[in-house]
Write a protein that binds this ligand. Structure first.
Ligand SMILES: *[C@@H]1O[C@H](CO)[C@@H](O)[C@H](O)[C@H]1NC(C)=O
Ligand SMILES: *[C@@H]1O[C@H](CO)[C@@H](O)[C@H](O)[C@H]1NC(C)=O
Ligand SMILES: *[C@@H]1O[C@H](CO)[C@@H](O)[C@H](O)[C@H]1NC(C)=O
Ligand SMILES: *[C@@H]1O[C@H](CO)[C@@H](O)[C@H](O)[C@H]1NC(C)=O
Ligand SMILES: *[C@@H]1O[C@H](CO)[C@@H](O)[C@H](O)[C@H]1NC(C)=O
Ligand SMILES: *[C@@H]1O[C@H](CO)[C@@H](O)[C@H](O)[C@H]1NC(C)=O
Ligand SMILES: *[C@@H]1O[C@H](CO)[C@@H](O)[C@H](O)[C@H]1NC(C)=O
Ligand SMILES: *[C@@H]1O[C@H](CO)[C@@H](O)[C@H](O)[C@H]1NC(C)=O
Ligand SMILES: *[C@@H]1O[C@H](CO)[C@@H](O)[C@H](O)[C@H]1NC(C)=O
Length: 498
């Protein structure tokens, strides 16, 4: 009778071995990995490498069949090994450890669970996840004693959970490499912040570069609606004990990665295009000038006009420095018109703004059960309240966010923003179309200027072309066609992590 469990155990072990390709492709207490050999599985390879022109040795994971060495995970990013004496093994305590010749520890996992170490197996999964398991566990349950997917470096791979475990207060974040030659922790980070509503930020140290906007039940505030059938299935899971973002390409053979890039301070999604043997930039965040954090300062709202951004004060507000504002220095922001009086009839009210990315929720209060009507009352009663909105825009909307003090980092999002009710003097409330008219005027004058410029360029090119027939040399060429693939794929925008 005792053979049945044993057979099941052997079967599981066999399945696991197949899953991690072959038995030599695992690390056990009796089998370590030395510099020079690697573990491989599917599209991925784990081993020792030196980045760029550096001679330092690191343990990392990269794409096996991509000729441009693309590292997706680094174990000892801040503790390089100076020579080729590195060894990755399982310690007596049951942790994966990276040591060099004289026994110096360069990196290790941090397991506190008591396990029988002789049963421990570390291996690379086909997803690019490096895992430590107890042989006797059921691998299908996805339970790992430790997994590299929980400790991302600068890259999110398909299948990875990116976000918070709210029970253990554990957050998975990205930190950029310092440069091509140096994977050590850089200044630029990306991750979900600690907040009542899920929201992610790109930061340079402690200063914010980009804010996704809070999750509003359908998507993150700053992202746009799907326009095309995307290449990826993107999902945001929001439960009481955890929330995370994850994604999978629809075509499982497509290689892709999301990486935080220090050189351009941006979060980028790349896909590997086999024919071109190139990583193609599929998405870049911040996408435009209005995505840059707090572009228009307090009570300013950003709108994209063509490729450049334009700031406006919310109606009921005027520029703090009209001179600076008129020369597009928006850094001082806007202030309330003088005729506002808190809770005074005809001098206090709310203006509804549609299709906006809601302000930074740093100084806000949230109730997930309150209705919009009670939300309004709650805001009205408190003189420091400056705006309110639904926290969940699903269906007819529910929940309540109210903001205190200055409203920062708002933008116009023509087809995906939400309604925001901004506190203002009631006089303004009746003239709510004013700002829209102003915007239209600005837009139409800008358009006219663009059209005139464009005509001018055409005439100029035409004349140059006519001349160049005789002289040779410079001509006006249509250069956009070469980058068509990139531009097209960028339009293929994805719901969440834009
Ligand atoms: C190992 O070598 C490094 C660098 O040469 C040195 O800093 C370290 O103290 C040595 N460790 C031991 C345990 O000898
Ligand atoms: C391991 O965990 C302990 C306690 O949680 C922590 O103090 C330590 O910094 C961790 N070490 C590493 C290498 O993560
Ligand atoms: C969160 O972390 C705790 C402690 O590490 C763990 O027991 C739990 O399973 C985790 N929750 C999820 C949803 O992964
Ligand atoms: C990040 O901040 C540092 C100083 O805090 C600055 O020197 C550096 O230029 C900033 N980098 C970017 C990309 O903004
Ligand atoms: C948003 O509201 C919808 C419908 O009321 C509900 O099903 C959903 O769970 C809510 N989402 C969040 C994140 O609260
Ligand atoms: C960073 O972005 C630039 C510009 O898009 C790109 O050329 C470069 O390869 C990126 N770096 C990494 C490490 O992906
Ligand atoms: C206008 O901008 C200049 C230069 O940035 C600054 O010195 C000045 O204080 C600004 N004016 C006001 C009223 O803030
Ligand atoms: C208004 O809200 C602020 C921030 O939550 C709070 O500190 C203050 O006590 C409130 N004032 C009143 C009158 O409720
Ligand atoms: C949404 O509002 C409309 C119109 O007020 C109403 O007919 C509908 O029943 C509401 N839907 C929900 C789910 O409350």
């Amino acid at each position: 009778m005792g053979t049945l469990p044993f057979m099941l155990f052997s079967l599981k072990f066999l399945l696991f071995s197949i899953q991690i390709s072959s038995e030599t492709d695992i690390i056990t207490q009796f089998h370590s990995l030395h510099d020079g050999s690697t573990l491989t599985n599917g599209a991925f390879e784990l081993g020792f490498f030196s980045p760029g022109s550096s001679t330092n040795r690191y343990v990392g994971i990269w794409f096996k069949n991509v000729p441009i060495k693309t590292v997706v995970w680094v174990a000892n990013r801040n503790h390089p090994i100076q020579d080729k004496s590195g060894t990755l093994s399982i310690s007596k305590e049951g942790n994966i450890v990276l040591q060099s010749k004289n026994g110096t520890n360069h990196w290790s996992t941090n397991i506190t669970t008591k396990v029988s170490t002789s049963n421990l197996v570390a291996g690379l999964l086909g997803s690019g996840n490096f895992v430590l398991t107890d042989e006797k566990d059921n691998r299908d349950s996805g339970f790992y004693l430790w997994q590299s997917f929980d400790y991302p470096t600068d890259t999110i791979l398909p299948g990875m959970k990116f976000g918070w475990n709210l029970t253990s207060r554990f957050n998975r974040r990205l930190t950029a490499w310092n440069n091509w030659d140096d994977p050590s922790s850089g200044q630029i980070t990306y991750g979900f912040i600690k907040s009542d509503l899920p929201e992610s930020k790109i930061q340079n140290g402690s200063s914010v570069i980009y804010r996704s906007g809070p999750f509003n039940g359908l998507r993150f505030g700053a992202t746009q609606k799907l326009k095309h059938v995307p290449l990826f299935i993107v999902d945001f899971v929001y439960k009481t004990d955890e929330y995370y973002f994850h994604y999978q390409p629809k075509d499982p053979s497509l290689l892709s990665r999301i990486v935080i890039n220090q050189t351009v301070s941006a979060l980028q999604r790349f896909i590997w295009v086999e024919e071109n043997q190139k990583w193609i930039l599929y998405l870049n965040v911040p996408r435009d000038e209005c995505d840059n954090y707090n572009r228009c300062s307090s009570f300013g709202i950003c709108a994209m006009i063509g490729k450049s951004s334009m700031c406006e004060c919310l109606s009921g507000f005027t520029p703090k420095s009209p001179q600076n504002w008129s020369v597009k220095d928006w850094s001082q922001g806007c202030m309330r018109n003088e005729n506002w009086r808190c809770r005074e009839k005809n001098k206090d009210g709310f203006i509804k703004f549609q299709n906006v990315k809601v302000p930074d929720t740093k100084k806000s209060w949230i109730s997930k059960s309150m209705t919009l009507e009670t939300c309004k009352v709650k805001c009205w009663e408190n003189c420091s309240c400056t705006a309110y909105a639904n926290s969940n825009i699903t269906g007819n909307g529910s929940g309540c966010i109210i903001w205190f003090s200055d409203l920062l980092d708002m933008r116009q999002l023509p087809d995906s923003g939400q309604d925001l009710y901004v506190r203002s003097s009631a006089i303004e409330t009746t003239n709510r179309d004013d700002s829209r008219k102003r915007m239209v005027v600005v837009t139409s004058t800008t358009c006219s200027i663009i059209v005139i410029l464009f005509l001018f360029i055409i005439v100029f090119c035409w004349r140059r072309k006519a001349k160049s027939k005789f002289r040779g040399g410079w001509t006006c060429k249509n250069t956009t066609s070469t980058s068509k693939l990139v531009i097209e794929s960028k339009n293929d925008s994805v719901k969440y992590l834009e």
